[in-house]
Design a protein around this ligand. Structure first.
Ligand SMILES: Cc1cc2nc3c(=O)[nH]c(=O)nc-3n(C[C@H](O)[C@H](O)[C@H](O)COP(=O)(O)O)c2cc1C
Length: 222
């Protein structure tokens, strides 16, 4: 099975692939998805996004949420929790992809985010990192999950890019090998990821400047 994104050859030949990452340190992108199910469509979409990001010159890590304990400070030393937090620190940017269940993001998705504290010692693990949000629907297109992810990203002081993706009728959008079929949703996925890479390259070196706040400075001064 090829690991190349569908766009690679045709788009490369036509000069349609964005080259912003050339001659720059690769942007590190952490991708999270919100399902444990075998055959999960949100996992498929996340892996497709990772392929595209690598083709755009990014380094990617996809976190597997199985075996992650529920958020509980007593388990903060768990190896899977440490792995998730280290990946968060490594990332310049993140992609969060949740299916919509009962009009909401999944508990699995939220549990991962609840392990990423706003403050950890003197650090703000998520502040200033760029974020793209995506969701899948079993039915018609709706925006409940992306709206919630966007709100969570803002709450965690991340820079949520304007573009987002919602894939409706998600059981019809992937082939038997788990590859996303070409469609306007696939094109939209490329748009979202290109935008994420652009924002990340523009902002990642400004992260500590953007996260520097008057209220924190006076608190440290007291
Ligand atoms: C309990 C339950 C509730 C669901 N609620 C919604 C919903 O509110 N809106 C929707 O579009 N799809 C809904 N679905 C469909 C799922 O989004 C769809 O099956 C999706 O593929 C599940 O994600 P996964 O493939 O990554 O496991 C629901 C599915 C289940 C099992």
């Amino acid at each position: 099975m090829t690991d190349l994104p569908h766009v690679s050859l045709a788009a490369l030949e036509a000069g349609l692939v964005n080259r912003d990452t050339e001659n720059k340190r690769k942007p590190n992108v952490l991708l999270l998805y919100g399902s444990l199910r075998g055959g999960s469509r949100s996992r498929m979409l996340t892996l497709e996004a990772a392929r595209l990001l690598r083709a755009m010159g990014a380094a990617t890590e996809v976190f597997d949420p199985s075996d992650l304990p529920h958020a509980n400070p007593e388990f903060a030393g768990d190896p899977r929790v440490r792995e998730l937090r280290e990946l968060c620190n490594w990332s310049d940017a993140q992609v969060w992809c949740s299916p919509e269940l009962h009009g909401s993001i999944t508990g699995i998705m939220k549990s991962q985010l609840d392990w990423l504290p706003l403050e950890l010692g003197s650090q703000r693990p998520t502040a200033g990192r760029t974020l793209a949000v995506m969701q899948l629907c079993g039915g018609d297109q709706s925006y409940n999950a992306v709206n919630q992810l966007r709100l969570l990203g803002r709450w965690m002081h991340m820079i949520v890019i304007p573009s987002q993706l919602c894939v409706p009728r998600c059981d019809k959008q992937f082939d038997a090998e788990g590859r996303m079929l070409l469609s306007r949703y696939y094109d939209r996925l490329v748009d979202v990821l290109e935008e994420l890479v652009k924002f990340t390259l523009l902002l990642r070196d400004q992260r500590s400047h953007l996260a520097d706040r008057y209220s924190d400075r006076i608190r440290r001064h007291d």
